[in-house]
Design a protein around this ligand. Structure first.
Ligand code: 5RP
Length: 235
């Protein structure tokens, strides 16, 4: 599958009608922030992809020396495709990071992980001093878990235990994420499963409480990271 088809199938899977024009403008805003020598944290998803394309064009035309630390194999493959050099957290920490999100609340708390990459996304956001999140109006909510479930990455053999504990924390629906078009479940890049959960209430300590369950690798709740939100216009 070539990169265009891969992007299109991802957008079809998400069922999202994305506003390419508005996001494209923000992608250029992100590209304009790149400085020679920067180590960039690169998020996953269709919005991060647009920003990466814009950055790759700038790197190429201005012969910038920039390295990316990626959050998923998919975006890593796009970096290779577009000639963006890569490094890892073994060698570097990012100077800054860009990513998308599924929901943003008024305090800039996030739900991420529709692509199942929340473990590496959170690791990079924790490692980066400056974080930009690109969204459009459709991602803004008054309370998290309004439109999207909270994804929880789980070590497979811990599934039953984690489900029981999540219910104790107020999860009223827990769905094992299915792999589209195939029998079976989504397997993450870390060989784990994803549970999509709806909670009675996303209270302030919920992210930490989920993380303390043995068998949970990471959740898609990003509370208190205070990223800068870059809003894509609707036209
Ligand atoms: C992937 C993510 C994405 O950033 C999030 O799903 C938003 O994706 P998109 O930019 O395609 O709307 O968290 O794990």
């Amino acid at each position: 599958m070539n990169w265009k088809n891969s992007l299109i199938s991802r957008l079809e899977w998400s069922g999202e009608i994305i506003n390419i024009n508005g996001k494209q403008k923000v992608a250029w805003e992100i590209a304009a922030k790149v400085k020679d020598g920067d180590i960039l944290g690169v998020g996953s998803g269709s919005t991060s992809y647009l920003a990466l394309v814009a950055i790759a064009e700038r790197i190429k035309s201005e012969k910038l020396s920039v390295k990316a630390i990626t959050t998923s194999i998919e975006i890593s493959m796009f970096c290779s495709k577009f000639g963006v050099q890569q490094t890892s957290l073994f060698e570097h920490r990012p100077d800054w990071l860009f990513d998308g999100a599924d929901e943003v609340d008024p305090d800039n708390n996030l739900i991420k992980g529709r692509g199942g990459a929340m473990f590496k996304e959170k690791l990079l956001m924790s490692s980066s001093p400056v974080n930009y999140i690109i969204v459009d109006e459709s991602k803004m909510v008054q309370k998290l878990n309004t439109r999207f479930p909270v994804p929880v990455e789980v070590y497979p053999q811990a599934l039953l235990h984690v489900e029981k504990e999540l219910k104790q924390l107020g999860a009223n629906s827990i769905v094992l994420r299915p792999a589209k078009g195939k029998d079976g479940s989504i397997i993450t890049e870390n060989n784990n499963l994803v549970l999509d959960c709806n909670f009675d209430e996303v209270y302030t300590g919920l992210e930490k409480d989920i993380k303390t369950i043995t068998g949970v690798i990471e959740s898609g709740l990003f509370i208190g990271y205070k990223p800068e939100i870059l809003m894509a216009a609707n036209n």
